[in-house]
Each structure stands twice: as C-alpha cells, then as structure tokens.
Design a protein around this ligand. Structure first.
Ligand code: HEM
Length: 453
C-alpha cells in the first residue's frame, strides 16, 4: 500500500468554487483505495459543475448531461442513458464491432452504438461525436468545430422512424449525445491499452483495466465541507482522485476504472463487448466482405495474390482514360477511377503497415482513413493517361513489396501470426479482394460501361 494518502495541496489551475460555496482555491489528491472509494461515494463530492453556454454548443451540452450533474438532475439524466443502453444487446454490439471495417477505433466504437440505437448516418454521427469528444472534458470549451458538431448532432438523435414527441425531448437527445461521447475515447483507449498488453496477456481487456486503465483520474468538487479518510475537505475544494494509483494500491480488490456507485459507468458491459469485438474481430476495413468477420482462404500461394489482383485492377484502369465523369454507385458508395486507385492503394498500404507492426511486435497504428465514405474533389478529376502510368508504377511496386514480404514468411507466421487480428494469410486473401473498388468502376471500354462485379 502506498504510504502517502494525500498529495500536498496545490493551487488548482481550473478550480472555480461552486457558486454556493466559499472560495477555496485548493486541490487535494487522493490516491489510496479506501479514500478514493469513500470520495466517490460521498454525496458532498460531485463532478465540477459545467457552466452552460450558447444553446446547441459544447458548454451547453456539458451542462445538460448526466456526467457533469448531481442530485436530482443527475438521476433523471442518467435514467435516459440507462434506458437507451438497456435496449442494446451487448452480444450484437460485439459482433457488429468485430465485423466493422473502420480502422479508426473511436469511429468504429461509436458507429456501432449509433447503428444499434437506430440513428441514421451512423458513420457521420461517429465522426461528429469524435469532434465533440475532444472538448467534452474541457471546463470552458472554446471550440467552434465542436460546437458545430453538437448542433449537427442534436436533430439527428432520433430513431430512424422519427417520433415527434421524442424530438421535442431535448434532454433525452442531449444525453444520447453524452452517451456516445462518453463511449468514444474511453472505449478506444481501452482497445489500445489491451492491444499494448501484447499477445502474451491471456485476457488483454482485463489486464488493461487492471494495469493500464483508460480513465486514470477523476475530478470532484466539494459542494459542502466533508471528510475523506480523516482528511477534512472544505467546501469549494477541488479533489483529484487517482483511480490508477488506488487500484494499484489494492490489487486484491475490484479495479475502479469504471468508477463506483452512484456514478458507476452505465456503459461498462457495452464497452467491454465493443472492445472485445474490435480486439478479436477484423482489424481493418473488410471491404466487400464486411459482413464476414474472417476472410476465406484457400491453398493459393498468398505471395501471388496481390500481384494478380493489381494486374486485374490495372487492366480495368487501362479502360478509364476515356471516363465520362459520371461516378458509379455500388453498395451505396460512390466510385470514380481516381477514387478506386486511391482505395486500392490505401487498402494495401494500411494492411501492410498492420502486418509490419505486428511482425515488429508493435501495436498496430490507429489510423484516420476516411476510406470509401467520402468522395473528394480529386476523386472526381479526369483520369488521364499520365494518371494511369503513375497508378501502374505505384501499384506494381506495392504489389512487389507485398509479394516479397509474404514470400519471406514461414507457414507458422502466416497462420499463427503475431499480434491481434486476422492471420497474415487471411489478411493476404482479404487485400486480394481490393479489386472490389476497381470493379465498382468497371470496364469502361466504349459500349461496355458495366461494373465487373
Ligand atoms: C459503450 C461505452 C461507454 C458508454 C456508453 C459510457 C457511458 C458513460 C456515461 C453516460 C457515464 C456518466 C454516468 C453518470 O455520470 O452517472 C459514464 C461514466 C463513467 N464511465 Fe463510461 N461509458 C463507456 C465506456 C467507458 C469505458 C471504456 C470506461 C473506462 C474503462 C468508462 C469509465 C467511466 C467512468 C470511470 C465513469 C464515472 C465517471 C464519474 O464517476 O464521474 N466508460 N460512462
């Protein structure tokens, strides 16, 4: 057990005494298990209240969510969150997270929830939530982009069917955004820490929660005078609770990383399900086989797969220099010649980076691809003969790197690959499916404008 219970009182940079409390600008830190749990259960210690701001902005959101409220408003707002979460099946969340194809874990985790909640545009919702998340824990957020994201999200917090009565219920919508924002960074960090626990950790999620918790500290403010572990805490004092130190102090007791009642994380079962799905499921975009958690393999030599796929893509690309500028729509997504080349290239690059990181024993890098979701102005540009030449040089070289890398791997490495995610053989068969993007544009020789799928 740690000897020192209370760190020296230090001036708190962000301490603003509660309006009703005397001005005491001090911060106390508690790091022992008994004190941290006592502080979490103490009704006099509440999260620093959020100051509201212009309607529809981040400060306004913070002032309306369960997370930063106390007493009766907290109970009512928490009930909204619990009702939403009660309608979500953790097993279904896990499968959805495993089959998802977004390599950005924050987006993937939130999108799974948004989809399960029946929200339209779940991917766009997840990206907007990611923008809000960066200012959500800031005491006086000044982030116009986050404000705009809150304003964009608010009317979208409706079930697909649309329900007028529900639409009027702003508090419910605000707390639904709160639910998604709470899930965003915490779940992604849990996945990252579990990945960092390495393949030797029998239960990487439990190991991360115990030894490398995503939420390490929490703040409280004393609404009135109280005593924690024999230490008096005057009204207005800011209190820092070091959860990570406290649970390291008592490894024999429950970890504190999901907090404790009355504010125990209501999303803990859902977070664990989503994190497990991401951890053990597909590690990146599954492209055409998004519904399949694991790609099929056969006895073809993996080293030959990528060059063969690239040859097919370049054959099709050879017919694109006369493209008439009309994008193709396949599986609800827009494709153009430039976009198809971009997607094939990025897909090869992404999995190559994953493979190399795993061979090096490093965690794979969370990336920020927008994948096929967006179509950029450059995607819409004409595909000239020079573009074709450059694509040929680029993709041929990438195919050679893949081929050389896969040829250098032993059967053991191919099938019992290091790191988490698909085996390298499965990844090779998966990236060989990248022809999907080129097939979406198809063979554009005159009279043959058709998708080759
Ligand atoms: C599906 C994912 C998640 C959802 C929907 C979610 C949701 C929430 C919500 C709405 C609250 C506020 C509850 C309240 O104030 O009464 C909360 C609190 C909390 N969450 Fe989560 N969360 C998720 C993931 C996580 C993860 C992965 C962690 C860390 C391992 C975590 C740790 C916490 C903690 C420590 C609190 C308590 C904060 C406090 O006492 O002030 N959450 N969560």
């Amino acid at each position: 057990m740690a000897d020192s219970t209370v760190a020296p009182a230090v001036p708190a940079a962000s301490a603003v005494p509660a309006a009703s409390a005397p001005a005491v600008a001090e911060e106390l830190c508690f790091a022992r298990y008994e004190e941290v749990t006592a502080a979490l259960a103490d009704p006099a210690l509440v999260p620093p209240p959020a100051e509201s701001g212009p309607v529809g902005g981040t400060a306004w959101l913070r002032a309306g969510v369960a997370r930063f409220s106390a007493g009766e408003p907290h109970a009512a707002r928490r009930a909204f969150v619990e009702a939403d979460l009660a309608g979500l099946d953790p097993d279904a969340l896990r499968s959805a997270a495993a089959a998802g194809f977004e390599a950005d874990v924050r987006v993937r985790a939130v999108r799974v929830l948004a989809q399960a909640l029946g929200l339209a545009e779940p991917e766009a919702v997840a990206r907007a939530v990611g923008v809000v998340a960066r200012s959500y824990f800031v005491e006086r957020p000044e982030d116009p982009e986050a404000d705009a994201a809150v304003a964009w999200l608010l009317p979208r917090m409706l079930p697909r069917a649309g329900d007028a009565a529900w639409a009027e219920d702003t508090a419910r919508a605000v707390n639904r955004i709160g639910l998604l924002v709470q899930a965003c960074d915490a779940t992604a960090t849990l996945v990252e820490h579990a990945r960092a626990a390495g393949p030797e950790a029998a239960e990487p999620l439990a190991a991360a929660l115990r030894h490398d918790p995503p939420v390490r500290t929490m703040r409280r403010r004393a609404l009135g005078p109280t005593v924690v572990g024999g230490v008096s805490v005057p009204a207005g004092t800011d209190v820092l609770l070091d959860l990570a130190a406290a649970q390291a102090d008592r490894p024999d007791l429950e970890p504190l990383t999901f907090g404790t009642p009355p504010r125990l994380c209501p999303g803990r079962t859902h977070a664990l399900a989503i994190a497990a799905g991401i951890l053990y499921g597909a590690s990146a975009e599954a492209g055409p086989s998004a519904a399949e958690p694991v790609p099929d393999t056969d006895d073809r030599d993996p080293a030959g797969l990528v060059p063969a796929m690239v040859e097919h893509v370049l054959d099709l690309a050879g017919t694109w220099t006369g493209w008439d500028g009309r994008p193709a729509t396949v599986d609800g997504r827009t494709y153009t010649p430039h976009k198809a080349i971009r997607r094939v290239t990025d897909h090869l690059l992404d999995h190559l980076a994953e493979l190399e990181a795993r061979l090096a024993g490093e965690p794979t890098q969370p990336d920020h691809w927008h994948a096929s979701a967006g179509t950029t102005p450059a995607d819409l540009a004409p595909f000239t003969p020079v573009d074709l030449d450059e694509a040929r040089s680029r993709l041929t070289r990438l195919a050679r790197i893949w081929s050389a890398r896969l040829a250098s791997l032993t059967p053991e490495q191919l099938d019992r690959s290091p790191g988490t995610g698909w085996s390298f053989r499965q990844i090779a068969f998966h990236v060989a499916e990248s022809a999907y993007y080129a097939n979406a544009v198809g063979d554009l020789r005159p009279q043959e404008r058709t998708t080759a799928r």
